[in-house]
Design a protein around this ligand. Structure first.
Ligand code: G3I
Length: 346
């Protein structure tokens, strides 16, 4: 009798798993599965960016700490923050976020070592000889990567290296050092941390096109030369008015075939305000589609939203009249997009 009851319980449990109703430990204790729980079942992470000023907001921290299993510092690891004066390093902003993430068992993506934007004045306000800038770049990369060794699982080593037409962006690094600065940056990062995953990261490379082709060709070349490159980060700052990148899944797949990981690193889907029910429904569909695309490609390792609430989105300050880009609204209420991501992960 007892044996039968046990067997019945086993069959029921199996049926629940088969029908997708199986519940993780958190849920078994009455807590609904989080986005992180759902993503984990697919071997993926679901993350959020965050920024130091927001960490005084306790209700914000509560959701940040519970719903996600990966965190990216939105600003705290950038050059202006970490080496504000030449040779003077300050990791306090990044450390605060790493410590918070560790307390919640969340992994951290390092963002970012080499970028033309948010550089300190001492880098941008003078002319460099190539030899000097190489030494400065190497020291910056290696000091930061060493500091976070074992604490971040991946680095956006070079961010936004290409123009829309697939030509190299003319940054201080490109102009002074030539295109080889990318391979050098990757090699220097690898020397400083043999285990961390090294990425190139950019926006508007979700679809197959001139800019993503530039990454594809560069990645192929770097791999052929034995340069340490592990992945390509597709930021995925999308906008309803510009249309959905329908070739996203194919694009992810072609990078996989090169032996690279991919990640959707800064997802948000903005719209022209006001947000209507119709636009929010379309946004929800896009969030589901983006999630489906990542789940469909084995080496797409995870999805990060560029913060989770409209309260702290970068969009309104950068695009006048646009916003409502994230899965939770400014009052921390989940939007249709949130439920769409859940649906896609189930
Ligand atoms: O630190 C100053 C503060 O002292 C001052 O009082 C305040 C007044 O505006 O500005 C603060 O600096 C702001 C900084 O974020 C830190 O909050 C800058 O004005 C603001 O421009 C900067 O925006 C960041 C942006 O990168 C810069 O390009 C966003 O927060 C950050 O989310 C955004 O992130 C980038 C990724 O790194 C790369 N991909 C695109 C993405 C969105 O732009």
């Amino acid at each position: 009798m007892r044996k039968n009851r046990l067997r019945l319980a086993g069959v029921l449990a199996a049926a629940l798993v088969v029908t997708g109703l199986g519940v993780p430990a958190a849920q078994a204790h009455g807590k609904p599965a989080t986005l992180a729980d759902l993503a984990q079942r697919h071997g993926r992470y679901l993350g959020s960016a965050t920024d130091n000023p927001e960490l005084v907001d306790e209700p914000y921290k509560q959701i940040l700490g519970s719903e996600f299993n990966q965190i990216t510092p939105g600003n705290g690891m950038k050059w202006y923050a970490t080496e504000p004066e030449q040779g003077v390093f300050d990791f306090s902003a990044g450390d605060e976020i790493v410590n918070l993430a560790r307390a919640h068992h969340q992994k951290v993506r390092g963002h970012t070592l080499v970028w033309h934007s948010q550089l300190p004045d001492w880098v941008t306000s003078r002319a460099w000889k190539a030899g000097e800038l190489r030494a400065v770049l190497k020291k910056h990369i290696q000091t930061e990567v060493r500091h976070y060794r074992g604490k971040v699982f991946a680095w956006d080593v070079v961010n936004e290296a290409f123009n829309e037409d697939g030509t190299y962006r003319e940054t201080v690094f490109y102009n002074t050092l030539g295109p080889g600065y990318i391979a050098d940056a990757l090699r220097w990062a690898r020397q400083a941390d043999p285990k961390v995953k090294l990425y190139l990261n950019d926006y508007n490379i979700e679809a197959v096109g001139a800019k993503s082709d530039a990454y594809y060709n560069l990645a192929k070349e770097l791999k052929a030369q034995g340069v340490p490159l592990d992945g390509i980060g597709l930021q995925a700052h999308l906008a309803l008015q510009y249309g959905y990148p329908t070739t996203l899944e194919d694009n992810l797949r072609r990078f996989s075939k090169l032996g690279l990981d991919t990640a959707l690193t800064e997802v948000d889907i903005r719209m022209i305000l006001p947000a209507t029910e119709e636009k929010l429904a379309q946004q929800a569909q896009w969030y589901a589609d983006v999630t489906d695309a990542c789940l469909a490609v084995r080496r797409c390792v995870g999805i990060t939203v560029w913060d989770w609430t409209d309260k702290y989105s970068w969009i309104p300050a950068f695009f006048e009249g646009e916003g409502a880009a994230l899965p939770w609204d400014e009052q921390f209420q989940p939007k249709p997009a949130y439920f769409a991501i859940r649906g896609a992960l189930k």
